[in-house]
Structure formats: C-alpha cells, structure tokens
Design a protein around this ligand. Structure first.
Ligand SMILES: [Zn+2]
Ligand SMILES: [Zn+2]
Ligand SMILES: [Zn+2]
Length: 317
C-alpha cells in the first residue's frame, strides 16, 4: 500500500500468549478529576446524544494542542538547513463514551455509529477551514499505545500539510495500474478468503497481505468514497460496528492488549485516487534497531494465520 517491503518470518512462530501481556492502564492522578468524565469543565464543540437524551459522544478541544491557530502555512528558512512553519490547525478530542472504564470493544452498534458520525462531522468542519489540507483521526488505547488519559477517547488532528504516511499511501494508489487499489484488494481478498476476518454487505475486514505487525487489520467500506467525511450514514454505522467487532476479536484472541486505530481519508478538497479505510494495530511487538534503522518491519505472525485466529473468535461472539 505504501511501497514499503515487510518481512514475514512465520518460522519464528510464537503463540499469541508469547506477546506482551495485558495493556498497562494509564495511571490516573487521584488529585485531578478525569477531564473527560461527565461533569468536567470542558466546553464541547460537538455532542451526540444517546437514546436517553444524555451525551454519549462528545468532542472537546485538546487543552495541549499539537496544531492550533490559522496562520497561513508560510515556510521560513533560518539559514541553509533549518526550515520552519507555524503548526496551524485544529486538535480535537473525541470522548467515545461517558463511561470511564468502557472499551470500544463493548460499545453497542448505534453508539459506535454516533462515534463515527462525530468524527465525520468534525472532519467536515475542519475541511472547510482555509489553509488546512489533511485530517488524521486516531484512537490510542493503553499506555504502550501512547494514551495519556485512561478514559476512552480519540483525537482528530487537522494540519496545513499532507503528512508522510498519507503521501506514501497516495503514491501507492497513484502507482496502482487499475481503478482503485483498495477496491481491487477487496475483490482479490474476498475471492481468496483466507485473509478475510469478517465481511458483510458494507465492510470488509482483512489481515492485509503486507502486514508488518502481528494481527494488524485493515477495515474497508465496500462503497468507493475517497473521503471519510463523504461516506453515507449506513457506511459509517457499519464501519463503527466493524471497529467494535475487530477490537472484540483482538481481545478474545490476545487478551486486553494496547492498540492504535488510524482513520485514513484523502486530503481535503482533492479528487486524487484514494479509498478511506481504518487500520487496527495491536501494540504487541516492539520495534528494534533493525526496524528503526531500515524501516523494514519483521512480522512473526503471517497474516493468513492471524486472520484464521481472529476469525475463530467470531464463533464466540
Ligand atoms: Zn473519565
Ligand atoms: Zn475504491
Ligand atoms: Zn491507511
């Protein structure tokens, strides 16, 4: 997808139990109440309400934003090698639930749909701000995955440039000698079947052929939209439900591991070849010097075996 090679080293086989143990919870400071629990002082920029009329998804500004303000992206050269630009943009926090201890693996389908619709609505708003080019939505769960607050939440960071990973994927789509890379992947994978974890009439969930990480999954909507914020409500709801199923199968197979979710949508206002999708990556292996030095990941669980393991968990759902 990005043109990067990975090494599949299945003979270094390990059982799932050989991986890192349960996720480490983030230590909550007992002197500081959780900023995301109901009753906190943060002013929401968006609230989605559940059946009982109370909010169940809430978007608030990040108090320590990585991107903020609306200065134009003007690059300044400070001498021959130092280049800088203002980190303009928006940094939202998406509170996934009022419940401090819930996991998305347990969130029911219509609540998951409201999470997806909150991400869409904010992404759409960010896309209309002048000067911003791209939005990255993520969920980090567990300390090893980079979470700093235990309360289940995601983040939406919108920035005035196209970051490297998105540029690499866009180049992968552009290089592909066909209509759409991910439409072709879905067709090929559903035909072969052995890397498919789950599929319904709206979403296909696979362990990608090019998996660099054990048990990583790729979730794709069947309908071809390049922007997440242009997907229709049914597709967003189906994706929310698939995220829940993916996390539930990970937990069943590997235990309560840390993980990252990455939502990839095309840069704003572009019609480049792309197809929005979601990466689910459990944090169960660490990158050593070889991975950092070469950028080549070594994956000890072939995606076919990972898909087989994860699929078996659906029998228990
Ligand atoms: Zn909380
Ligand atoms: Zn497509
Ligand atoms: Zn991607």
């Amino acid at each position: 997808m990005t043109g990067r090679w990975v090494v599949i080293a299945g003979e270094r086989a390990q059982r799932p139990s050989d991986f890192l143990p349960r996720r480490l919870p983030v230590e909550d400071d007992p002197l500081r109440p959780c900023p995301f629990c109901p009753g906190s002082q943060l002013d929401p920029v968006l609230e989605c309400r559940g059946p009982d009329g109370e909010w169940d998804v809430r978007v608030v500004p990040n108090l320590y934003p990585a991107f903020s303000g609306n200065d134009p992206m003007v690059v300044t050269h400070l001498g021959p090698v130092f280049t800088q630009a203002p980190a303009s943009g928006v940094h939202d926090v998406v509170i996934l639930s009022p419940d401090h201890n819930v996991s998305w693996a347990d969130i029911e389908a219509d609540h998951s749909a409201r999470i997806m619709s909150a991400i869409k609505l904010r992404m759409l708003e960010h896309s209309e701000l002048p000067g911003l080019r791209y939005s990255q939505a993520v969920v980090n769960s567990g300390r090893e995955a980079g979470a700093s607050i235990e309360h289940p939440h995601g983040q939406l960071l919108s920035m005035p440039f196209i970051p490297g990973e998105a540029a690499n994927e866009l180049a992968g789509f552009a290089r592909f000698q066909g209509n759409c890379l991910l439409c072709a992947v879905m067709e090929a994978e559903t035909e072969e079947g052995h890397r498919v974890v789950y599929a319904d009439d709206r979403v296909v969930m696979i362990c990608p052929f090019w998996s660099g990480t054990p048990y990583e999954m790729l979730l794709m909507p069947r309908s071809h939209d390049i922007h997440l914020y242009e997907a229709d409500d049914e597709d967003l709801a189906a994706m929310g439900r698939s995220v829940q199923l993916a996390l539930d199968s990970l937990r069943f197979r590997l235990g309560d591991v840390a993980y990252n979710l990455m939502f990839h949508s095309a840069p704003f206002r572009t019609s480049a070849d792309f197809h929005w999708h979601v990466h689910v990556v459990p944090k169960i292996s660490t990158r050593g010097g070889f991975e950092m030095g070469s950028g080549v990941l070594i994956n000890v669980v072939p995606p076919e075996r990972a898909a087989d393991d994860l699929r078996s968990s659906f029998a228990h759902a």
